[in-house]
Design a protein around this ligand. Sequence first.
Ligand code: ATP
Length: 252
Amino acid sequence: MNLIEGQDLQKVYVTATGPLVALQDVSFSIRKGEFISLVGPSGCGKSTLLSLMGGLEQKTDGSLSLLGEQHEKPSRDIGMMFQTSVLFPWRTIRQNASLPGDVLKLDKTQQRKRVDELLEMVGLKGFEDRYPSELSGGMRQRVGLARLLAHDPAILLMDEPFGALDEFTRETMNLELLRIWEQTQKTVIFVTHNIGEAVFLSDRVFVMTPRPGRLEGIVEIDLPRPRTTELMAQDRYSELVFQIRRMLGVDH
Ligand SMILES: Nc1ncnc2c1ncn2[C@@H]1O[C@H](COP(=O)(O)OP(=O)(O)OP(=O)(O)O)[C@@H](O)[C@H]1O
């Protein structure tokens, strides 16, 4: 069975200047364990689609299901991460990463163990009792990644999670994310402006049109796994990047 399924999804925002069609006739299905990226021009509705999947926004028309059930509310099976991770300045790194567990009232001892393991996994061992003001932008996103994983959601919705980081840190975080994904078999839906990044990470890339956002096409990424950065030197990688660029009309 498909994990997430959208059928003729439409989203219209009511704005001061009238209705704004953000998404139109978007249909797709996502299997458990897939790594999907959404790419498309600015304003094409990528974040809107992610918000619908996260249950943060309601569709205007069409259907959206999670494991065959109608889906329109946030669920504990879904974790979301954004371009900047909002951390509470008065909470330590460990306390910030523990936030979902606190909200869901999970067992405190188990959560502490899990959060400390996650902080170690994302390279923040030794920073557990520090405060956000003492961290760099890349380190804050690492806390965001640990927090995303803290309550062990099956589906990770990531909206340009490393988009504000420098290229080197972003590449490191992408490799980290791939390693975690390979270990945990989670389903990832990842929004990015970077076509190369989408090809490098994904099983399939959903290419969207300018607003009103539709699916221009879905590109299967037939590159071998596990992925390593050497792959970027291969012809097949470049072909896939160019195929998506053409679909987006970048090369006119
Ligand atoms: N809450 C809202 N109210 C009204 N209009 C909105 C709202 N959220 C988004 N929009 C509009 O919907 C369209 C799609 O926005 P969305 O943020 O989903 O695009 P995006 O592809 O994620 O853009 P970007 O790549 O620039 O982040 C845009 O025209 C935006 O102005």
